[in-house]
Design a binder for this molecule. Structure first.
Ligand code: ZN
Length: 249
């Protein structure tokens, strides 16, 4: 069994709660990028990921902070301010770690991207975008049963598997029929689907020689949101970044 986390965004309280929640028997934790950006603890989050040797790909925020060529005109003013704030504080060591990360990775027979299969910066927000990534996945990685994506900070499974219960903290959801599937574990540090807790996914059965069917289960994790908010306000980051954690937007 393995775990998939995404979009930590410098929220150390959420990251630690998630890492503490990961059950025994999980032999790898994968991260879909955006370790930093928005939250007040970028170095601490980076340190945790590096200490635990978590396989991780880069997200747009990881690169916006560490690649001086990034044009901040693509970011809204609050996000751009957060990028500048983080640039001033990220250590050289963590910056070079983030900058050198791959944009996609494979493991346990699954494929991992930040945004979408065709573009790490694309948001998969609807079934049309999901369809495009699924057909590209089937063409370029025919052996892959499951592809994990982040970037939207919205928990999602596509195509939606039959009459399964809606996405929630769940018993394992069987994804052996009608695949491949795209799965978004939701965000650790800044959910945008109305939920205020951190979420991640446990998965198994995705290796081609596995004797179990591919399946995933969502895990929802409460954390010390007030303390994450306080740190953001005390750091001089835009206050809206603290407010939105309590709204899940
Ligand atoms: Zn993100």
């Amino acid at each position: 069994m393995y775990a998939v986390i995404s979009d930590i965004h410098g929220n150390l309280e959420a990251l630690e709660a998630v890492l503490d929640d990961i059950p025994e028997g999980v032999d790898e934790v994968y991260c879909l990028g955006d370790v930093i950006g928005y939250g007040a603890s970028p170095n601490e989050c980076c340190d945790r990921v590096r200490e635990r040797e978590i396989p991780v790909i880069s997200g747009n925020h990881d690169l916006a902070v560490t690649d001086p060529e990034t044009d901040l005109a693509w970011f809204n003013p609050v996000a751009a301010r957060a990028v500048e704030w983080t640039r001033e504080r990220i250590t050289a060591e963590n910056a070079s770690f983030l900058y050198s990360l791959p944009r996609t990775m494979s493991g346990h027979g699954a494929f991992f991207v930040h945004g979408s299969v065709r573009d790490p910066d694309e948001y998969i927000m609807d079934s049309a975008a999901a369809e495009k990534s699924l057909s590209l996945l089937a063409r370029e990685h025919p052996e892959v049963a499951l592809c994990f994506f982040g970037h939207t900070h919205v928990k999602a499974i596509a195509p939606f598997p039959g009459d399964q219960a809606p996405v929630g903290p769940s018993e394992p959801i069987d994804l052996s029929e009608d695949g491949p599937y795209l799965v978004n574990p939701g965000s650790v540090g800044q959910p945008r689907d109305g939920d205020t807790f951190a979420s991640y996914v446990l998965a198994e059965g995705t290796e081609p020689d596995s004797d179990r069917p591919p399946s995933i289960a969502y895990r929802f994790v409460e954390y010390d949101l007030g303390s994450a908010q306080e740190k953001i306000r005390a750091a001089g980051l835009p206050a809206v970044l603290a407010d939105r954690l309590a709204q899940g937007r």
